[in-house]
Design a protein around this ligand. Structure first.
Ligand code: PMP
Length: 457
């Protein structure tokens, strides 16, 4: 089928995620055809450096033959096994054990999902069940962070704190609350690491006090706030929040959907600070995008609460047809083997080129802030570096930058508020980073030459 017919069919029938529907109909789809290493090729034959790993998920890079082989072998042997009726499969069991081995010691049990949103939704359901089962039925309030992202399920979208996910959807729910984001670049408070940490801890304490500790179930956070603009809290922030939750007696849930599997320099972001959450959600890098899979992990105490709460005969009514899918599990096992065999170490080694490249971009007239941890980073563009004034949204600067970058052979994520997000694969070389920053600088220079942008500075 030629490109034109595909574009027409897409326009007529395919609803895309998180997009303005009429704008998409007008613009039409860009069809991606193949990938190798850090590079993608589209249906017009353009070769593009992917600096966002798909949607921060293809941490291994594209075209990893051993992953394809692992998936194919499992598909031939047994493409599906349900986890219902006490059935299971070898790859799923091995993967559960492997995840317990590589995650913080507090996490002992795994429940598999198809992605991150249903991992968060499962975590919420398990937490509600846990408190009902352990005689604390009033604990039903959830707290998350402004600009946080926890997926787009019916309840998880309420923990997500981004306007587009709330508008028209009747969330957040009355039992979902937020504390301020640790956004140093845009904070008017004390922006020293100690100041940022103290502010988050104080905000959490006061929110729990306001709601009454007997009514609060859990606090959810990302170690680096991803979809909210790659906001990097200072070292020690996550641990301080864990300590605060432990003191208050509420469950501490770390959402590592983006940060897991080497993205921030350690296998999990929790590892860098010896954080031991009660529950952890993960997806993306788990299978590096080669198949859909997510997971929620929990401590033994939470698991035992759920298990004892079942009573002698009744099942826990939470499950998906594709929980612990054997093909996804076989793929995840091979992907994790690749991280352990060298990709994690490569990611750690090349992260300095990434950081140095981002920091050098601070000299550019459009760039107000540069921030990163490991291979997760962002540039924030501003109309005025002193006042940090944002560009007029009517300029549609992010869209224009993404379009210009694509023409220059580069893909990253241009958020609507002019934050450019980067999540290069762990297989990047120094040369890939040289190409990334040359193309990025060329793109920003071109956009800067456009008269209305110049005028806005
Ligand atoms: N949590 C976080 C931190 C995420 O970044 C995402 C996805 N970007 C999700 C949850 C939801 O994952 P999914 O898109 O796989 O449903």
């Amino acid at each position: 089928m030629n490109d034109e017919s595909l574009v027409a069919l897409d326009r007529q029938h395919l609803i895309h995620p998180v997009i303005n529907y009429h704008a998409h109909e007008k613009r039409g789809v860009t069809i991606l055809e193949s990938g190798q290493g850090a590079y993608l090729t589209d249906s017009q034959g353009n070769v593009l450096l992917d600096a966002f790993s798909g949607l921060w998920c293809v941490n291994t890079g594209y075209g990893q033959n051993s992953v394809v082989q692992a998936g194919e072998a499992q598909m031939r042997k047994l493409p599906y096994a349900t986890g219902y009726f006490h059935f299971g499969s070898e790859p799923a069991i091995k993967l559960a054990a492997k995840l317990v081995e590589i995650t913080p010691v507090s996490l002992q049990h795994v429940y598999f999902t198809m992605g991150g949103s249903d991992a968060v939704d499962s975590a919420i359901r398990f937490i509600v069940n846990y408190y009902n089962s352990t005689g604390q039925p009033k604990k039903k309030h959830f707290i998350s962070i402004e600009r946080g992202y926890h997926g787009s399920s019916s309840q998880g979208s309420g923990l997500t704190a981004l306007p587009a996910f709330h508008r028209h959807f009747d969330v957040p729910l009355p039992n979902q609350h937020r504390i301020p984001c640790p956004y140093a670049y845009r904070s008017s408070q004390d922006t020293s690491p100690e100041g940022i940490i103290a502010e988050s801890v104080a905000a959490l304490k006061s929110k729990v006090e306001e709601l009454g500790v007997d009514n609060v179930a859990a606090f959810f956070c990302e170690p680096v706030i991803g979809s909210g603009g790659v906001i990097v809290p200072p070292k020690g922030w996550l641990k301080a929040l864990q300590n605060c939750c432990n003191e208050l007696g509420i469950l501490f849930v770390v959402d590592e959907v983006i940060t897991g599997f080497g993205r921030t320099g350690t296998m999990f972001a929790c590892d860098a600070e010896d954080v031991t959450p009660d529950l952890m959600t993960m997806a993306k890098g788990l299978t590096a995008g080669y198949a859909p899979m997510g997971a929620v992990m929990m401590s033994d105490a939470v698991y035992q609460g759920l298990a004892d709460g079942c009573g002698p005969d009744a099942p826990v009514g939470h499950g998906y047809t594709y929980s612990a899918h054997p093909v996804s599990a076989a793929i995840a096992l091979e992907v994790i083997r690749l991280y352990e065999e060298g990709l994690l170490a490569n990611g750690q080694a090349v992260a300095r080129h990434f950081e140095a490249g981002l920091m050098a971009m601070l000299d550019h007239p459009l760039v107000g802030d540069a921030r990163s941890r490991g291979l997760l980073g962002a540039l924030e563009l501003v109309a005025n570096k002193n006042s940090k004034a944002r560009f007029d949204p009517a300029l549609k600067l992010s869209e224009r930058i993404a379009t210009a970058a694509y023409k220059n052979g580069l893909i990253f994520r241009a958020f609507t508020d002019n934050v450019l997000g980067f999540a290069p694969a762990l297989c990047y070389t120094k040369e890939d980073f040289d190409i990334l920053f040359e193309r990025l600088k060329r793109t920003l220079d071109e956009v800067l030459e456009q008269p209305d942008v110049r005028l806005a500075l």
